[in-house]
Design a protein around this ligand. Structure first.
Ligand SMILES: Nc1ncnc2c1ncn2[C@@H]1O[C@H](COP(=O)(O)OP(=O)(O)OP(=O)(O)O)[C@@H](O)[C@H]1O
Ligand SMILES: [Mg+2]
Length: 271
């Protein structure tokens, strides 16, 4: 399990009432063959309150990664408005950490060098970044692997390393695209609970993309259910389960009821 995260949360709290992310009427098309286009997403509204953990579940190809790239400022929508902490969202920001659907660690770098990559990109003070990287690796149980290459790690350990890298610059907003998608169910639940504890300790805002309903419920304050492509928000479910969440949380009757409610929406079995 991860150690306590005391002392790592350094950024000042944002102004009260300002949403981390606010999208209105956002849609996205991609160019396709012979002058046609694919309507990938929207129009959707998305509101992520500061300090909250919001998850999106939806079927494959419904535009979840597209939505995450828009929120990350890596792509621009072709309609609607996007705000991040009260200012127009039109570029990537060092205040945002991202764990992509594939872990994208560089095989020729050590784990520590991989975690330190944002320090080079953002020109962070080297010694402090190194100290923080080692601290994060310790918190995620990877300290002994700092000087190993990624191919010597298990899939779960690689995802932990990717999470450390996303957290290196102490981002106000953490974006996670199926971070545990390639892992077995046991590792997945273990890492989800670790992420939940880490998120609570660091006091940040998180936005998770997943197709795993249990993972979404376990981690989140709200679960948004997306329709098949072009993805729209079909439902916005408040997850009123106590925190901290733990391995017993999925056994709560309320957890099971929420899971059933979300499944019914996805499979359109509402009464
Ligand atoms: N760069 C791109 N160029 C063209 N089409 C794209 C591009 N990225 C995504 N698409 C299309 O947009 C739609 C949504 O893709 P997206 O990757 O957002 O789905 P997703 O919900 O993340 O799927 P998955 O669950 O399989 O990861 C798909 O039809 C996809 O083919
Ligand atoms: Mg995707």
């Amino acid at each position: 399990m991860m150690a306590a995260a005391g002392g790592l949360a350094a950024a000042p709290p944002p102004a009260a009432g300002v949403a981390a992310i606010d999208l209105r009427g956002v849609s996205k098309h991609y160019p396709a063959a012979a002058g046609t286009s694919v309507h990938a997403l929207g129009p959707i509204d998305l509101h992520i309150p500061t300090g909250s953990f919001v998850a999106v579940v939806g079927p494959s190809g419904c535009g979840k990664s597209t939505l995450l790239r828009l929120v990350a400022g890596l792509e621009m929508p072709d309609g609607g408005t996007m705000m991040r902490y009260g200012t127009p969202l039109d570029a990537p920001s060092h205040e945002v950490g991202i764990v992509f659907q594939e872990h994208v660690l560089f095989p020729w770098n050590t784990v520590l060098e991989n975690v330190l990559l944002p320090a080079d990109v953002l020109a962070l003070p080297r010694a402090a970044a190194r100290e923080r990287a080692l601290r994060l690796l310790e918190m995620t149980g990877l300290a002994a692997f700092a000087n190993h290459r990624p191919q010597m790690l298990s899939g779960g350990m690689r995802q932990r390393a990717a999470l450390c890298r996303a957290l290196l610059a102490d981002p106000r907003l953490l974006l996670l695209d199926e971070p545990f998608g390639a892992l077995d169910a046991l590792t997945r639940e273990e890492l989800s609970l670790e992420l939940s504890g880490l998120w609570q300790d660091l006091g940040r805002t998180a936005f998770l993309i997943t197709h795993d309903i249990e993972e979404a419920i376990l981690l989140s304050d709200r679960v948004l259910v997306m329709s098949p492509r072009p993805g729209r928000i079909r439902a916005d479910i408040a997850i009123d389960l106590p925190r901290p969440r733990n391995a017993d949380t999925p056994r709560l009757p309320r957890f099971q009821a929420l899971k059933q409610e979300i499944r019914d929406i996805i499979f359109d079995r509402r009464a």
